[in-house]
Design a binder for this molecule. Structure first.
Ligand SMILES: NC(=O)C1=CN([C@@H]2O[C@H](COP(=O)(O)OP(=O)(O)OC[C@H]3O[C@@H](n4cnc5c(N)ncnc54)[C@H](O)[C@@H]3O)[C@@H](O)[C@H]2O)C=CC1
Ligand SMILES: N[C@@H](CC=O)C(=O)O
Ligand code: NA
Length: 427
C-alpha cells in the first residue's frame, strides 16, 4: 500500500485515549485495509510527558495546541473531556479544516450546533459515536440506518456508573458509596462523579440523542434532570416486589410537534428489555413508526469499548478524507421544547402514613382532586410504620406536583418518602 498515511493527533491520553492508542496499534493492518491507506498515530498531548505509561508514545507534548497546528495531522481525536480547553481546541482544529473525533458528550450537548455548523462550512467531519453509550453504535444508526424512519421515542440507560451502582444496591445490598468507589476503580466514572450520580452525563447524552432522533437543536440545558442520590434500598426493594427494576433513564420524546427530554430514576417493568440491563452496561431502546422497537445494548463505558467507537469514527473520517467527500449539510429544525411540568408521566409515590381508618380514602381523593388516577396501591406495615405505595396512570407532571403539595398538608401523611417515574409500561 503506497498511499500517504493518514495521521491522527491525540489530545489527552487517559482511560479512553490509551485505549485509542492500543487499538490504533493492534488493529493497524485491518484499519489500513478498511481505509485504503495506513492510519498512524502522530503527536499526542498529555498533561505530564514524563509520566510512565502502559502504551508506547513517540511524539509526546504537553501542548495540545501544538498538536492541532501540526501540518501532518489530518484527524484530531479529543479525549481530554470538559468544556475548556476542549471547545477551543476542537473549534480551531475544525476551523483549520481538520476532522475531529471526540468522546466528549458535554461539549457536543452544549456546543454541538456551533461546531457542526463550522464543520459543514469547512468541509471537515465531526464524529462523536463514543459520546453516547460508549462502545454501542447508536449515533450512526440514528443518523444513517434509521434516517428513513420517524422516531417517536428513545429510552436509554445511558450512564454505566449509575447503572453499576443501582445493580450493586439491588443485588448485593451494597451501599451507594462502596458501589461508586468500585465504579471509579473500574474507570467508568467521570473525573467528577457528580457528573454521573447527579445525571449530568446522562442529560448530555439524552440531549444528543434527542437532537439526532428529531433533527432538532436540543442542548443539555433543555433536559429535565434528576440523579440517583435520593434512591434508597427501600425503594429498590419495594420496586422489586411490585415487579419493577429501578433504572436511571434518559428519555427523549416528540409528542404533538414538541420535544421533551429528561433524565430521572424510573421504575421499569421487569418484562421490559431495559430492566435486564445490569452492571455497567448501557442500552438504547428506540420506538419508530416503521422500525418498531429496537434495542442497542453493550458497554457504555470503559477504555477499549469506548475506544472501539472512536476507531470507527477515525475510519469514517479517514475514508472521507481519501474520497475527498464533504460532510452532508444536514438541516436542523427548531422545535419547541416541552417543560417537564407539561409532560404526561406515570409515577410511583411512597408515603409514610398513619394506619388508621379513612387514610387510604383521604389519600386517594387527594390524587383524584387533581385528576391523577391511581393504577395500583399496596400497603406495607402497620400503625406507626405503615407505608402506602401508589402507582398512578399517566398524568401531567404539574398535576402530580399539586397532589404532592396537598398530601403534605394531610395530618395522616407523615412523609412523602419517595417519588419516582414509571416508564416502559404497556399503556
Ligand atoms: N471513561 C469512559 O468510560 C468514557 C469516557 N468518555 C469521555 O471521554 C473523555 C475522556 O475520558 P477519560 O479518558 O475517562 O478521562 P481521563 O481523565 O482518564 O483522561 C483525560 C486525560 O486528559 C488529560 N488532560 C487534561 N487536560 C489536558 C490538556 N490540557 N492537555 C493534555 N492532556 C490533558 C488528563 O491528564 C487525562 O489523562 C471525556 O469526555 C469522557 O466523558 C466517553 C465515554 C466513556
Ligand atoms: N462516566 C460515564 C462514562 C461514559 O460515558 C458512564 O459511567 O457511563
Ligand atoms: Na456510542
Amino acid at each position: 500500500m503506497n498511499e500517504r498515511p493518514i495521521t491522527v493527533g491525540l489530545l489527552g491520553c487517559g482511560v479512553v485515549g490509551s485505549g485509542v492508542v492500543q487499538l490504533l496499534t493492534e488493529h493497524a493492518e485491518a484499519i489500513a485495509t478498511r481505509v485504503g491507506a495506513p492510519v498512524r498515530l502522530g503527536p499526542v498531548a498529555v498533561r505530564d510527558p514524563q509520566r510512565a505509561r502502559d502504551v508506547d508514545l513517540e511524539q509526546l507534548t504537553d501542548d495540545p495546541f501544538a498538536v492541532i497546528a501540526d501540518p501532518e495531522v489530518d484527524v484530531v481525536v479529543e479525549v481530554i473531556g470538559g468544556i475548556e480547553p476542549a471547545r477551543t481546541l476542537v473549534h480551531r482544529a475544525i476551523d483549520s479544516g481538520r476532522s475531529v473525533v471526540t468522546a466528549n458528550k458535554e461539549l457536543i450537548a452544549n456546543h454541538g450546533p456551533e461546531l457542526k455548523a463550522l464543520a459543514g462550512e469547512k468541509g471537515a467531519r465531526l464524529e462523536y459515536e463514543a459520546a453516547v453509550a460508549g462502545g454501542i453504535p447508536i449515533i450512526k444508526p440514528l443518523r444513517e440506518s434509521l434516517a428513513g424512519d420517524r422516531i417517536r421515542r428513545v429510552l436509554g440507560i445511558l450512564n454505566g456508573t449509575t447503572n453499576f451502582i443501582l445493580t450493586r444496591m439491588a443485588e448485593e445490598q451494597m451501599s451507594f458509596q462502596d458501589a461508586l468507589a468500585e465504579a471509579q476503580g473500574l474507570g467508568y466514572a467521570e473525573a467528577d462523579p457528580s457528573a454521573d450520580v447527579d445525571g449530568h452525563d446522562a442529560a448530555s447524552k439524552a440531549a444528543i440523542l434527542a437532537s439526532l432522533a428529531f433533527d432538532a437543536e436540543v442542548l443539555a440545558e433543555h433536559v429535565h434532570r434528576e440523579g440517583i442520590r435520593a434512591v434508597t434500598s427501600t425503594d429498590i426493594d419495594h420496586a422489586a416486589r411490585m415487579g419493577y427494576a429501578v433504572k436511571l433513564l434518559g428519555i427523549a420524546e416528540e409528542v404533538d410537534g414538541s420535544i421533551n427530554a429528561r433524565v430521572h430514576p424510573a421504575l421499569v417493568p421487569r418484562t421490559h428489555p431495559l430492566a435486564s440491563v445490569r452492571e455497567s452496561f448501557n442500552a438504547v431502546f428506540t420506538e419508530g413508526d416503521a422500525s418498531g422497537e429496537l434495542m442497542f445494548y453493550g458497554r457504555g463505558a470503559g477504555s477499549l469499548p469506548t475506544a472501539s467507537a472512536m476507531l470507527g469514527d477515525i475510519v469514517t473520517a479517514a475514508r472521507a478524507l481519501r474520497a475527498g467527500e464533504r460532510p452532508n449539510g444536514q438541516t436542523v429544525t427548531t422545535k419547541p421544547i416541552r417543560p417537564f411540568e407539561e409532560v404526561d408521566v406515570q409515577s410511583y409515590v411512597l408515603l409514610d402514613v398513619a394506619d388508621a381508618p379513612g387514610v387510604l380514602a383521604e389519600v386517594a381523593s387527594t390524587f383524584g382532586a387533581h385528576g391523577v388516577s391511581i393504577k395500583s396501591v399496596w400497603q406495607e406495615g402497620r400503625a406507626d410504620h405503615a407505608q402506602l405505595l401508589l402507582i398512578t396512570h399517566r398524568a401531567r407532571e404539574a398535576a402530580l406536583q399539586a397532589t404532592l403539595t396537598d398530601l403534605r398538608g394531610l395530618g395522616s401523611v407523615r412523609d412523602i418518602a419517595s417519588v419516582m417515574r414509571v416508564e416502559g409500561e404497556e399503556l
